[in-house]
Write a protein that binds this ligand. Structure first.
Ligand code: ATP
Ligand code: MG
Length: 439
């Protein structure tokens, strides 16, 4: 939805009531960059209760009254409106101990993390940029507002945010800011795992993730120490031109913008170092790394509190990422086991993996495209690849005398036979086979 002028309503209303009001932070940055704005933040001299009364006719949610934030919804789009504020002291590298409202826009901008995020714009389009954010946007630089050590010391999440913005915007991190981020990375241990995970998830979606992750690998390893083993780990394989870590981050960046696929790429070779074997010809092998990787990934993702459904999708993809697809039968089996959505993701995983190997493997991606094509065709033609499509159901099998787990096992065996073309998907033929098996 185009909501690019919707904010004017809010600024006008607040101004008409005698307050200052600006759009601020990420939305100003993204507007100046010509990028799509994710969320609209408004900063105002009005106090929370005053904001609530100015917008009394709208749906207004007091999302964070203590911090001066209310959310107003207009045409289904949420706008966060926050009173000008200064953060109090930080004793835990995490949250300010207190916040104080102020009447100064500049003080509000000074509490923000990076110069490109510390700009405000009024309804007439005038920019307020006391820290040189616009110059840094032009120079494509992430620079802390004020002294980087102090700012990262106040809130260590900013360390990950710096790396995330570098990855997503394709910017560099200014030298002193980068040095402080690397030096203070240990403070990330004070940040909740969910918040780190959220930043990481945004970071891996960046177009410049590979370069950023190479340069700031120590920061990434602060939240996923398991990745450290793959740093500089040579593969001794003709298929590969990069070490395990560089291959990994390049595979992430080669993947489409699907967060499940990109997360799978981030972890897909996590167990390669520990499964490494050198054969008598001096070639490296990593037998079992996919299965082991799926298990290790589950542990990591649980620790970082990912949703169970995402964990299960990502691990299923990792477990099969190095399978060879050699037949139509196998495509059907994969669709049957993974479900349609994850089957197509698996194809993307395999292609992204190849894109970060030696060039001679690339023609294999044409085959993967063909596999996806075939998969789409099987789905379109309603080929039986799912228990729901099988011409018999659990009741049928039960009436043959099967009980409990036996029922599901029998149905799955039948489905396998139908997929493999050994039985037609016809009721009589299936019942007959079931009778044989069950007696
Ligand atoms: P995006 O919405 O694309 O993730 P953003 O810059 O808008 O990026 P938000 O988390 O939405 O990030 O925060 C909005 C604004 O609040 C930021 O632009 C910044 O000015 C300020 N901000 C957010 N988090 C911090 C922080 N940890 N420290 C200081 N300022 C912050
Ligand atoms: Mg934002």
């Amino acid at each position: 939805m185009d909501n690019s002028t919707e904010y004017a309503y809010f600024l006008n209303k607040l101004e008409a009531a005698g307050f200052e009001a600006y759009i601020v932070g990420g939305c100003v940055r993204d507007m100046l960059l010509g990028r799509t704005v994710n969320d609209w933040d408004i900063t105002s001299s009005a106090l929370p209760e005053q904001i609530m009364s100015v917008f009394s006719e709208l749906k207004v949610i007091p999302t964070g009254l203590k911090h001066g934030t209310v959310t107003a919804v207009r045409s289904g789009v949420p706008f966060e409106i926050t009173t000008f504020r200064v953060d109090g002291s930080y004793s835990d590298s995490r949250r300010p101990d207190s916040v104080r409202f102020t009447s100064s826009l500049e003080e509000d901008l000074a509490r923000r993390d990076f110069t490109i995020n510390a700009m405000a714009m009024d309804v007439r389009g005038e920019l307020y940029d006391p820290f040189g954010g616009r110059n840094d946007l032009q120079a494509r630089l992430i620079r802390a507002v004020g002294e980087p050590e102090r700012r990262f010391g106040e809130d260590a999440l900013r360390i990950l945010r710096a790396v995330r913005f570098a990855s997503v915007l394709g910017f560099s991190i200014e030298k002193q800011t980068a040095a402080a981020a690397l030096e203070l990375r240990g403070l990330l241990d004070n940040i909740s795992r969910e918040r780190c995970r959220d930043e990481l998830s945004k970071m891996i979606m960046g177009t410049d993730f590979a370069e950023t992750a190479l340069e700031y690998r120590e920061i990434i390893a602060q939240i996923i120490p398991e990745l450290r083993e793959s740093f500089d780990f040579e593969q001794h394989s003709r298929y590969h031109r990069y070490n395990v870590y560089e291959h990994t981050v390049r595979a992430v960046a080669a993947a489409p913008q699907d967060v499940t696929v990109r997360t799978a790429m981030l972890f897909h070779d996590i167990c390669k170092p520990q499964m490494f074997r050198l054969d008598e010809n001096g070639s490296g092998h990593f037998k079992g790394h996919a299965g082991a990787g799926a298990k290790a990934t589950e542990t990591i993702m649980r620790r970082l509190r990912w949703d169970n459904s995402v964990i299960s999708d990502v691990c299923a993809l990792i477990e099969r990422h190095s399978d060879k697809i050699v037949s139509e039968k196998q495509i059907k089996r994969l669709i049957s086991k993974l479900g349609e959505e994850n089957f197509f993701r698996l194809i993307e995983v395999m292609k992204s993996d190849n894109l970060a190997k030696n060039e001679f493997v690339l023609p294999e991606n044409d085959w993967f495209d063909e596999c996806a094509q075939l998969g789409r065709q099987f789905i379109r033609e309603n080929e039986c690849m799912d228990l729901r499509q099988l011409a018999v159901n659990g009741n049928d099998i039960m009436s043959l005398g099967a009980q409990g787990r036996q029922i599901g096992e029998c149905l799955n065996d039948l489905l396998g036979l139908v997929i493999d073309g050994e039985l037609p998907n016809e009721r009589e033929a299936l019942l007959e086979r079931a009778r044989e098996v069950l007696t």
